[in-house]
Unconditional design. Structure first.
Length: 572
């Protein structure tokens, strides 16, 4: 089923290089694979894609683009007990969202079940596979260790005819789940435990999302993966480093079946601080209610990052910056946040939001008067133009922008102090109003009508500019302040892998009610990136409505945890 290749095959494109691109260039120069490049991204549909998958997506699709080749999307759906259609739908959406197109080349390992079974029978007929009656626990016990060889199964030398009959009866559903498996006959003394007679098929009565109940035996991932690559004519099978020890097994299958043999190249997977990249652990968080689903904005899933306000451009930039290496390493989450800030600084519209409102009454401003003041949409993008915001006698400012007894270096509002309101006037605090408990609930101020636009005719200066919203026109909203999932960079290093959940960050989410937003934010589309001036980058959440919008904080304006400095813009 090898695919036709189009494009300017064999032409190495200029640009950043790495060891995988170098090996592909060598293959093109030698004429291996006929001078074409065909890659694939092959996720298992047993969970949502995360930022680590984004690295693989960008690498596989990027290599195909760089060398004028093709990239397939294939769902390796060999375990129906853990796979769901919702995962498949999410995978397709995430890859498209990142900006990649597989064209007509969407495949499933289940497309090849009949061929895989035929190849398994071929190995049986060649005396290279046998049916084993040992239980899973017994097989593990017989496998040996890194320093001791395995013990051959007592069923290893069954006659070919008996193995073939038993395997066909397995397919026919004559045996209970787990009672028999098909194993390759390779080398129980091999230093590579993957070659110690690995299991090829197991009996599993589970309804498959595509084949229904047509099968009661399913191929193991290791048996399906390499042969699926072969069927699709994949020239370069790009895998993460944990599959390096599996490569001899894939080579053994291709060699003994006499089929097309892709070249497998391994690279280091992405490890990121302050989060987890294991689908098993992420599923645990979802199932135990530690997060609000796979798309919770605290999760490193692509759907979670998208809901939080990350852009595909920022993620692709991040994947490009971290590069491709052969050795495992850990990337600081601050770099991912830095890439997002850089992208949103250029594209995000500026809007005003007051998260912890403090009422301000301008006593000398005419009651009932409303001015439409001009505000810049994005100072980084002149084409973004301006908008008008309403200004009136009663406003809201941030509670943190006022102190009744301010220290020396606090330049914002205090009794008797004068500050600038952005796009508006100078105001001066004349009186502080408190509730019975002594909490400040309102400020009485005056304004200078000669200071519209931020400057005074007499040349006097102020040391602070505050953001604000008109109280009568403000939209009430919920704002969710998301932070890092974990409180330490690497919980396994702190307490071991088993106790990683003890380092879940208790402050990873703060929900603020009654926030006040400028009117334009009522119509923000879900996912639309917005900079709340002075506060950070936010995105509207699908939970919101025009009457009560909900916004998620994507990232603060500056790194609140650490500085990225000294090693270039990404700190790498």
């Amino acid at each position: 089923m090898a695919q036709d290749h189009t494009g300017d095959a064999g032409r190495p494109a200029p640009g950043p290089s790495h060891f995988i691109a170098t090996r592909i260039r060598e293959d093109l120069e030698s004429g291996r694979f006929g001078g074409v490049v065909h890659t694939r991204f092959p996720p298992e549909p047993n969970g949502y894609l995360h930022i680590g998958h984004a690295k693989s997506i960008c690498l596989n699709f990027g290599l195909a683009e760089e060398f004028g080749g093709l990239c397939n999307l294939r769902l390796d759906d060999t375990n129906p007990s853990k796979e769901e259609q919702v995962y498949i739908d999410a995978i397709l959406e995430d890859v498209r969202w990142l900006g990649f197109d597989w064209g007509e080349r969407l495949y499933y390992a289940s497309d090849y079940f009949e061929q895989l079974y035929a190849w398994a029978e071929q190995l049986v007929e060649q005396g290279m596979a046998y049916v084993d009656d040992l239980s899973a626990e017994e097989i593990r016990a017989h496998r040996g260790t890194l320093t001791a060889p395995g013990i051959p199964s007592p069923h290893r030398d069954r006659p070919v005819a008996e193995n073939l009959e038993l395997f066909r009866r397995m397919r026919a559903g004559e045996f209970p789940d787990g009672s028999r498996v098909l194993r390759a006959k390779i080398d129980m003394a091999s230093g590579n435990v993957n070659l110690r007679d690995p299991v090829l098929y197991r009996i599993l009565r589970a309804t498959h999302h595509r084949t229904g109940d047509a099968w009661c035996i399913y191929p193991m991932y290791d048996f399906a993966h390499g042969q699926s690559d072969s069927l699709e004519g994949i020239t370069h099978s790009i895998c993460t480093l944990e599959f390096e020890d599996h490569r001899p097994l894939y080579d053994w299958f291709c060699r003994n079946l006499g089929i097309f043999h892709p070249r497998q190249i391994e690279f280091a997977r992405l490890n990121l601080t302050y989060t987890v990249m294991s689908k098993r652990k992420l599923l645990q968080l979802v199932q135990e209610g530690a997060v609000d689903g796979w798309d919770d904005p605290r999760m490193p899933t692509l759907s979670g990052l998208r809901r939080r306000g990350f852009t595909p451009e920022a993620i692709r930039d991040f994947c490009n910056r971290i590069g491709v290496a052969k050795k495992d390493s850990t990337v600081d989450l601050a770099l991912l946040e830095h890439c997002l800030r850089e992208d949103l600084n250029r594209r995000a519209l500026r809007r005003t939001a007051v998260l912890r409102p403090l009422k301000v009454v301008i006593e000398n401003y005419p009651e009932g008067q409303v001015e439409a003041l001009e505000a810049v949409n994005n100072p980084e993008d002149p084409a973004a133009g301006t908008r008008t915001v309403p200004f009136s006698r009663e406003l809201y400012i941030e509670h943190d922008d006022f102190l009744e007894d301010p220290p020396k270096k606090f330049f914002r509002l205090g009794p008797g102090r004068e500050v600038r309101l952005r796009f508006a006037y100078f105001i001066q605090c004349r009186k502080v109003v408190k509730d019975p408990s002594g909490q400040v609930v309102e400020l009485r101020c005056t304004y200078d009508p000669e200071t519209l636009g931020g400057s005074a005719p007499d040349g006097r200066k102020v040391k602070a500019t505050l953001h604000w919203v008109s109280a009568a026109h403000a939209v009430s909203a919920q704002v969710r302040l998301y932070d890092r999932l974990l409180s330490v960079p690497d919980p396994a290093a702190e307490a071991g892998d088993a106790d990683w959940k003890t380092y879940l960050n208790p402050d990873s989410l703060e929900v603020l009610e009654g926030c006040r937003l400028e009117p334009a934010l009522a119509g923000a589309a879900p996912g639309e990136p917005i900079q709340f001036e002075r506060l950070g980058y936010f995105a509207a959440d699908p939970d919101g409505t025009p009457e009560r919008p909900v916004f998620n904080r994507a990232v603060t304006l500056r790194d609140a945890w650490a500085k990225i400095a000294g090693k270039g813009p990404g700190g790498m």
